[in-house]
Design a protein around this ligand. Structure first.
Ligand code: AQP
Length: 325
């Protein structure tokens, strides 16, 4: 039987090259090999009160981003999380077997609550259980994610194992699929922080104009010296080289050779050109799709129907295993 993958993206703002290289680009390949379920995770996005503004617009935007990047609703299931209520129902059931101590360890919760300070909500704490429900509801084998989500997939495995021990074998233990080369694209303003939609400074968006891409790459921080070298002492240059390698398919070695003795200016100029060229067809497709909201609505409606028919059946079995009537 074909293995199933599940992955999601939050409609929290305009997608960036980290989302693209770390997730979306890989999904486009994976939909040809796996039984694929892709989800716009709007309920996850609600945990960030700022990002939750203009949610409908952002859901449409995330959908046209995925479609323009090559996600094909004929090859996969594409839907919005809140359209399939089984996700929240399973979250509650899984909450009842999830140790609080496990959730207290989650790095994303610790980091995001630092940022939110006074307004930390229960949803943010429970985010990983909702994510476990997303994954387990579809008896997912493989979860393609960026490095930042590894811990959450590990928690989904812990919960699945606990459920299986307590109520008989039900869930497959999902495996994370992390593409090492592009798993963590860092901020252009600070190579110690991951590029993030919610921190626009240092973020290169997929819809940025060619002029803006040039400007952002030109302003991207670099390290001391002027050498294009893959070294742990040069995190900013390594980040730019990672972006270069992912867009151009050149290896780090080839990039080093190509720019030997040439310096940052030439390297950055070429990098901007490569990004602009790769994103051009995507940007054109997205513009056209943005003008067809009815078509997008239909795609999401169909996707929700397909997802729900799997979710309903699986949830029924899960509830029976837990002893519910
Ligand atoms: N910087 C990144 N490098 C590589 N992969 C990344 N991903 C996110 N940032 C990077 C991967 O993109 C997928 C979708 O992410 P998400 O939208 O669900 O949430 P996120 O990880 O929290 O992404 P952001 O951009 O940082 O959003 P905000 O700021 O709203 O929290 C995931 O597979 C993720 O790993």
């Amino acid at each position: 039987m074909t293995k199933r993958i599940f992955s999601g993206i939050q409609p929290t703002g305009s997608a960036h090259i980290g989302n693209y290289l770390g997730a979306i680009k890989n999904w486009v390949e994976l939909q040809n090999q796996y039984d694929s379920v892709f989800c716009i995770v709007d309920l996850h996005a609600l945990t960030n009160p700022e990002a939750a503004n203009q949610m409908q617009k952002k859901i449409f935007d995330s959908t046209t981003t995925l479609l323009a990047a090559g996600i094909d609703p004929k090859k996969c299931i594409l839907f919005v999380q809140s359209h399939v209520h089984e996700h929240t129902e399973l979250t509650w059931l899984l909450n009842t077997i999830t140790p609080i101590a496990e959730l207290e360890r989650m790095t994303q919760f610790k980091e995001k609550s630092k940022h939110l300070k006074q307004s930390i909500n229960m949803g943010l704490f429970d985010y990983p259980v909702l994510m476990a429900a997303d994954i387990l509801l579809y008896h997912t084998n493989v979860v393609p994610v960026g490095e930042d989500q590894r811990q959450h997939v590990e928690l989904a495995r812990i919960i699945a194992r606990k459920f299986n021990n307590q109520f008989n074998k039900t869930f497959i233990l999902p495996e994370p699929l992390i593409y090492k080369s592009s798993a963590r694209i860092m901020s252009l303003a600070d190579p110690t922080k991951k590029m993030s939609k919610s921190i626009p400074h240092g973020c290169l968006e997929l819809t940025d104009s060619p002029a803006l891409i040039k400007e952002k790459i030109k302003k991207a921080v670099t390290d001391s010296g002027n050498e294009i070298k893959y070294s742990p002492k040069k995190p900013a240059v390594v980040n730019l080289m990672t972006i270069y390698a992912s867009f151009s398919k050149l290896s780090f070695d080839q990039i080093e050779k190509k720019y030997k003795g040439k310096g940052y200016a030439q390297f950055k100029d070429d990098l901007a050109k490569i990004i602009i060229k790769e994103l051009k067809p995507f940007q054109e497709k997205k513009k056209a799709l943005d003008k067809k909201p009815e078509q997008i609505r239909k795609i999401l409606e169909n996707g929700a129907k397909k997802a729900q028919s799997i979710a309903q059946k699986n949830l029924k079995e899960i509830k029976q295993k837990m002893g519910l009537l």
